[in-house]
Ligand binder design. Sequence first.
Ligand SMILES: [Zn+2]
Length: 434
Amino acid sequence: MVLYTPGKTSGYSDDTVNSGIRFHFLGGAGEVGNVGCVIEDNTGTRLLIDYGMAPTRPPKYPSECPPVSDAIITHSHIDHIGMAPWLVGAHGTKLHGTGLTAKVSEIMWRDTYKVSSIEGYPLTWDKRDLDLALESWVTHDINEWFEIGSWKCRFHPAGHMPGAIMIEIVTPSKTILWSGDIDTRNSPNVIGAKPVNCDILCLEGTYGGRQHPPRKEEEQRFVERVKEIVNRGGVALVPAFASGRGQDILRILHKEAPHLQVHFDGMGTRITKDWLKFPELIKEPNLLIKTWKWARRVYGKSDRKKALNANVIVTTSGMLDGGPALWYLNRLKWDKANAILLTGYQAEGSGGRQLLSEGKLPIYGKMTEIDLEINQFALSNHADHDSLSSFARGCNPEKIIIFHAPNDGAKLLKSELKKEFDIILPENNISFLL
Ligand SMILES: [Zn+2]
């Protein structure tokens, strides 16, 4: 783990770039999350894209970033913004993002700070850095051109969640498209990402080598399962991420099963309020407003007790690592009519993964057996292998850099695309010129 001790300097090269564009991944190469990449060319323009952390236990950080005046933040998931307060505290960096990303960053950083204090993990930034970071946002609309040094940049929707963007960077020599986390399919809250012509495509590959079932069918399967559980007198506990998945689940249920009592708890309640301030970044925002009024939002202990008699509880954390989901599970576990509906991938080492493989998970420090039915649904907000490949072809680049991917996934994407494009699989902390 990098602790960024005073006096310790970044491993980034001091040499100036003579020609071409230099890429240097501080994190996020050959791994999912933990993203940070410095891009620099011979005009002296230097830009950082994302500075996250992987919320593992203990958290994993990218390498120390060299001084950089500007950073573009693709979206507010913690594996993309978690370390930005350090950046602002250490280098006075300006953070560029959408208004919604800037708004939600406060909730994400304060939560990260709280969790690190509770769990006793060292964090490389403090409350002062956090406050400075909140002051450092420069927000841009989708499609609005802005300048960073000698480069022109603009945001395109990434389809991953509201406010998430891809970045088009026009340098004097080449045009770069940085995908961020993307989904090319329409989902309940956002429209899918569309290809953008470029010379160099930096493509996330979370689902390289894997395919999703058709989204609509998977949503239908989820709704049918919820109805079965409710009809037998049970409560469906739906652990879901606070930013994206939770709101998707609410919209699916509001549309397909409006007669159900659906309670929404956790950090997602605050995040949704921020979403509602940016209707231009939401698909059919009026339907989100209707969904929001329909859902029963849980704000305190008495609401939480009421929710135990609901039909459905949608809450954080999505991988059963903490949050109200564990409070509910601890109480719902006694009635076998209840069931757990996982809404996506459960990472190695997460409570959800342990529950799937061993039928137990830690709740408040105590290993607890859970004898309830568990189902898993593929409601991811990332493009799958085929969608990533056709997106890449649509961008028509000369070169593709695959990042934010497990090693095997990156290799499978490479073998799919290598006949048509020059493919680069970067490594963290090793610069390369294109
Ligand atoms: Zn993300």
